[in-house]
Design a binder for this molecule. Structure first.
Ligand SMILES: [Zn+2]
Length: 385
């Protein structure tokens, strides 16, 4: 795991220094988890690793200094046994994996999927807050203290639900939870019983209704009261947003009484369906990555380095900390020193509260964390003397 190129060897030595300096990178139930480790080329190059205690794990981190470290959301009697059925599955945390690349953001059409801009980071952070505040707490009754929120080290967040009574949930029960949150299989005709029936009033959910119905009613009222921009952000076109906002008092009153027909909307069945879908959580739609449904999945271990950024994945202590979390400052791992890089692209980015403007093919001296970030993103090479 020591790296193939001069650059990889250099970053590996930074990772090793980081692990030497960090004490206490650990997790609960460490002896019951399977671990994986990766190279710069493969995030999980080795798996079925097992550590009996924190000391063993710490020694491994310093010795191997892997580019990636992941751990199982499942607990096992024999985490190193293989194949998987021999491990003796005890149970698994319920985990939600939110990644900016799954959100199909407009900025990604401009900067591509591997680069992360401020909008990517703030969008995925809001989505994570929404998952917790609008689904996990009100609809499933989880308590904030039963949730562990981790920044992934790159462009997303993982929310672990650590609740004894959930550990045994089957894969299909996990899928149902995941589907509920993603709005998969949501039936608009159920929420709007007169939808699509000509000449009838559109009857819909009221704000106090449970589950999806109430959520949609409340969100629409909030968006209408916030203004046109807020309506556009949930998928409403500008002209309709203006019209809705103008008649906001009437519409809010109507929705509170279950009457969704207070304003003329063209193709209203299609329109309300679209609004409904926009309220869902944009979870990973790549099946192999959807940890919610896979109780044997390995996921980034909090406290460890992410080999595509040089940032540390990080445990976030509360929902209020999450709402202000800035990974480009707070997850910086390589805090000291400078290095020279040779950029292959012109780009501007912020780290540690500073803006760095990089010009293609122009050698520049940067703080180590910023230079390594660009190099690991494939946008620069590091000068190694
Ligand atoms: Zn972006």
């Amino acid at each position: 795991m020591y790296g193939n190129t001069k650059e990889e060897v250099f970053v590996t030595s930074l990772i090793r220094d980081y692990y030497r300096a960090q004490k206490g990178i650990t997790t609960d139930r460490i002896a019951e988890r399977e671990f994986g480790a990766g190279t710069f080329e493969r995030k999980i190059a080795y798996r079925h690793l097992h550590f009996r205690n924190d000391e063993e794990f710490s020694r491994f981190l310093i010795d191997k200094a892997p580019a990636y470290v992941s751990y199982s959301v499942a607990y096992y009697r024999r985490p190193d046994a293989r194949p998987m059925p021999n491990k003796g599955w005890i149970g698994a945390e319920l985990v939600f994996d939110l990644d900016a690349t799954d959100m199909h953001l407009k900025c990604q059409d401009v900067h591509g999927r591997s680069w992360i801009c401020e909008n990517c980071l703030s969008s995925v952070r809001s989505e994570t807050v929404k998952l917790i505040e609008e689904f996990l707490i009100p609809d499933f009754g989880f308590l904030e203290k039963e949730l562990e929120i981790n920044f992934s080290g790159n462009r997303g967040y993982h929310v672990h639900v650590k609740k004894e009574s959930l550990l045994q949930l089957s894969g299909s029960a996990r899928k149902q939870i995941s589907d509920y949150i993603s709005g998969n299989g949501l039936n608009p005709e159920k929420l709007f019983p007169t939808m699509g029936k000509r000449g009838t009033k559109l009857i819909g959910p009221r704000p106090e209704d449970k589950g999806w119905g109430g959520k949609i009613a409340r969100n629409l009222i909030t968006s209408i009261e916030r203004g046109e921009e807020s309506l556009e952000s949930i998928g409403i076109d500008r002209a309709t947003a203006r019209n809705l906002y103008k008649k906001r008092a009437l519409i809010s009153m109507g929705i509170k009484n279950g009457n969704w027909d207070m304003v003329y909307i063209k193709n209203k069945a299609e329109f309300w369906k679209k609004i409904l879908v926009s309220q869902a959580i944009a979870q990973s739609d790549r099946i192999d990555k959807n940890v919610t449904k896979d109780p044997t999945h390995l996921i980034r271990m909090p406290g460890t380095i992410h080999g595509e950024t040089g940032l540390a994945s990080k445990k976030i202590s509360s929902l209020s900390e999450l709402s202000e979390f800035d990974p480009m400052s707070e997850a910086i791992a390589f805090t000291s020193g400078e290095l020279d890089i040779f950029p292959n692209k012109s780009i501007e980015f912020q780290m540690a509260g500073m803006t760095f403007s990089i010009t293609e093919s122009k050698k520049i001296t940067l703080p180590v964390y910023a230079g390594v970030y660009l190099a690991l993103k494939g946008l620069a090479s590091i000068y190694i003397t």
